[in-house]
Write a protein that binds this ligand. Structure first.
Ligand SMILES: C[S@@+](CC[C@H](N)C(=O)[O-])C[C@H]1O[C@@H](n2cnc3c(N)ncnc32)[C@H](O)[C@@H]1O
Length: 295
């Protein structure tokens, strides 16, 4: 319902005060589409966030209200906008060496012990399953290079995937301003990165690092066209956005993709359900695939 307050037209049914009318029904339509597309469960408390991120889309498209936007994204013609909407609503916060103990564990328990096997022609696959702008898979690559500086010569690949096509483009560009590069030890940075010729306050990941990582779009609640087995899967700080059954289903799908003794690394506020019995705790938010015992 539109009322006029101090000469301004205000929609009294709107959940958020602002330029566009945004009703509970609009929020529910958007939340349902996002859940269906990505598994992300948007709580009612996220209404302001949804409004502020999507108001930019309405402005760009010249739409007068969220009801028009909802009609567009719910229609068969709205596929491109549904993907833009998802890209706008994903949370891409990440950092180099985030949760540093995982990289120490990866180095000491997975990478270093595998060196003789790799040098005799063995294969290693690592997966960053919600890689955002690339800091996580590049930290995995830098960790690998810290113990095997000529890693490119061996059969080692890091797969890095995310649902957000726009953030994957940033990850492939691999350009990071000084403040984001700060967690990388200076010696590593100077060896494996170089200054961006067009911005003296930014760094670019060097080719030796980039060549280890392949970026692809992948939806964790969709099909996974990946080839395991993986020696390590990092799936961190994404499952918190999913409901419990979705989290459990994803962990149950990871388990058979891990090599025996392969590790799953999850975010600090995430848990693997005890129902996924082949994954056993191997440290703080680290799980190891245990072979079923033979009877
Ligand atoms: C908060 S970031 C975490 C990045 C990194 N793993 C870390 O811990 O620093 C969450 C990422 O999950 C991605 N994401 C959300 N839903 C997804 C889905 N259904 N499938 C794949 N990636 C998804 C987002 O696009 C975002 O880049």
């Amino acid at each position: 319902m539109n009322v006029t307050v101090l000469g301004r037209r205000v929609d009294s049914d709107s959940l958020v005060e602002g330029e566009y009318s945004f009703t509970r029904e609009d929020f529910r339509t958007i939340a349902a589409l996002i859940y269906e597309q990505s598994g992300i469960a948007l709580a009612d408390t996220k209404a302001s966030l949804v409004y502020s991120r999507l108001a930019k889309r309405l402005r760009k498209l010249g739409l007068p209200a969220f009801s028009d936007y909802c009609a567009l994204v719910a229609s068969p013609e709205g596929a491109a906008e549904r993907s833009a909407m998802l890209n706008s609503l994903t949370t891409n916060v990440t950092r180099f060496y985030r949760e540093p103990h995982h990289f120490v564990h990866l180095r000491d328990e997975v990478l270093r012990p595998a060196i003789p096997f790799l040098k005799s022609g063995g294969r290693m696959r690592l997966w960053s399953a919600a890689c955002s702008s690339g800091q996580e898979p590049y930290s995995m690559a830098l960790t690998l290079l810290s113990v095997l500086p000529d890693a490119q010569r061996f059969d080692i690949k890091i797969l890095a995937t995310d649902i957000d096509s726009r953030i994957l483009d940033q990850a492939r560009d691999a350009v990071y301003p000084d403040d984001l590069v700060a967690p990388i030890p200076a010696a590593q940075r100077d060896r494996w990165m170089h200054r961006d010729p067009s911005d003296r306050y930014a760094w670019i990941m060097g080719e030796e690092v980039r060549s280890l990582v392949t970026f692809k779009e992948l939806n964790l609640i969709g099909d996974w066209p990946v080839r395991g087995p993986f020696d390590a899967i990092f799936c961190r700080n994404v499952m918190i956005y999913f409901d419990d059954p979705t989290q459990e289903r994803i962990c149950a799908r990871f388990a058979p993709l891990l090599a025996p003794d392969g590790r799953l690394y999850i975010g600090h506020s995430e848990r693997v359900s005890a129902k996924v019995s082949s994954l056993v705790s191997d440290g703080l938010t680290v799980y190891r695939r245990e072979e079923a015992s033979r009877s």
